[in-house]
Design a protein around this ligand. Structure first.
Ligand SMILES: *Cc1c(COP(=O)(O)O)cnc(C)c1O
Length: 400
């Protein structure tokens, strides 16, 4: 089975982890600060707090921004549930802004309209979590301008975005956001097995993020309240969590980060190869009306976390099953967040965010990762073409 995503580990990665095991602190040593510094250097963000997952990073981001009970946080329905759950952890309500079907990202026009309406009802959100879906940046300038007018904080869920760019800056630079959150899960741009990072240009938010990720406890003299204790003294300033990344993981992350440019280059090459192939076969086999490819408008800037095609809704299950049976580990991203029973129980209904739902119902994620060989990719391509032909026949859609 060719999986849809996979980590890439080399001898240098292994040696740096072994070096920690043999010679260094397993946690709270020097490697986490080094990893944080390297992430700042790579993204251009001023501050970084490494955490043990992207999900805890999103939680910390909401806490640092003061999200709490009585607040509302908006996000895209086309994301992993963690983009919304982070607000729920803080006791806040969640609402969604539908996507632009061409970018599959939160739609700035819909955001503008929804903000205008919410302002009249005095129900503006405290923060918005935008998601750079599949590694393609949201229109951050537009979203920033809209949110600034209402004083709404912006969190970038950049779990897909590391290595991607927006207006010539790295995703994660926080140029147009208060906080950006990365994930280092094995299918993401780089991995630490589990891990994440909170990036910001605000000193105040960086302090809050660090506290919330480390029990609320600090030894930094400049943060301590006045005391007459000795050098051993520390204080708990707020109710924080143990969301620390370990040095073992940071060693892997540091080693992975040295290869990120080649990782992204390879993802981009494979994505372009899919697009070229499908553009050709669409022309020769009349697939045009059956196969929608990812937008190519910013193809060179995407981190290419995922390569997703869309087929007609009545063909998706067939194409998916056909490809699975041919050993292709296709996947689907995402089941709209508001479709999950947990969110349905909160009052969301199907049909409420039509573009995200339409996208989901036709979506298929193709294998894309560093280490996917051209030969394997050719297998994926021909499996999709065969599956499409079968689906066109079986749904009797030949003549349409
Ligand atoms: C992976 C992912 C997360 C969560 O990251 P973890 O490190 O797995 O906790 C959050 N949001 C999106 C969009 C993701 O893809």
């Amino acid at each position: 089975m060719i999986p849809y995503g996979k980590h890439n580990i080399n001898a240098q990665d292994i040696a740096s982890v072994v070096d920690v095991l043999e010679n260094k602190f397993l946690t709270q040593g020097e490697l986490v600060p080094q990893f944080e510094e390297a992430l700042c250097e790579y993204t251009g963000a001023r501050y970084c707090v490494a955490v043990n997952s992207g999900t805890s990073g999103l939680h910390v981001a909401c806490l640092a921004l003061g999200v709490g009970e009585g607040d509302t946080v908006w996000t895209s329905p086309n994301s992993f549930a963690a983009s919304a759950n982070c607000a729920r952890y803080c006791g806040a309500d969640v609402d969604f802004v539908d996507i632009d079907p061409s970018t599959r990202n939160l739609c700035p026009q819909r955001l503008a309209a929804k903000l205008q309406y919410a302002a009249t009802k005095k129900r503006l959100p405290k923060a918005i979590v935008v998601v750079h879906f599949a590694g393609l940046s949201c229109d951050m300038k537009k979203i920033h301008d809209l949110c600034q007018a209402y004083g709404i904080a912006i969190i970038e869920d950049a779990a897909h975005g590391l290595g991607g760019r927006y207006q010539n800056k790295a995703i994660g630079s926080c140029e147009y956001a208060d906080i950006a959150v990365l994930s280092f899960h094995p299918v993401k741009s780089i991995t630490t097995a589990e891990g994440g990072a909170v990036l910001t240009n605000s000193q105040a938010l960086a302090k809050q993020a660090e506290l919330y990720a480390k029990h609320g406890i600090t030894r930094r003299p400049e943060w301590l309240q006045p005391h007459e204790q000795g050098a051993w003294y520390y204080q708990q300033l707020c109710l924080g969590y143990n969301y620390r990344l370990s040095d073992l993981q940071a060693a892997l992350g540091l080693s992975q980060l040295t290869r990120i440019d080649s990782f992204i280059q390879e993802r981009r090459r494979l994505a372009a190869r899919y697009t070229d192939s499908f553009t050709r076969s669409s022309a020769t086999q009349n697939f045009n009306q059956y196969l929608k490819l990812p937008t190519q408008s910013q193809a060179q800037d995407s981190a290419w976390h995922l390569y997703m095609v869309e087929v007609p809704i009545n063909m998706r299950a067939l194409v998916f099953e056909q490809m699975k049976s041919q050993g292709i580990g296709v996947n689907v991203h995402y089941i709209p967040i508001h479709w999950h029973p947990y969110y349905q129980a909160l009052g969301f209904t199907k049909g409420a965010f039509a573009h995200a739902e339409h996208f989901y119902q036709g979506a298929i994620t193709l294998p894309l990762y560093v280490g996917l060989s051209d030969k394997e990719q050719d297998e994926v391509i021909s499996a999709l073409e065969t599956a499409l032909l079968v689906a066109i026949q079986e749904t009797g859609d030949e003549e349409s």
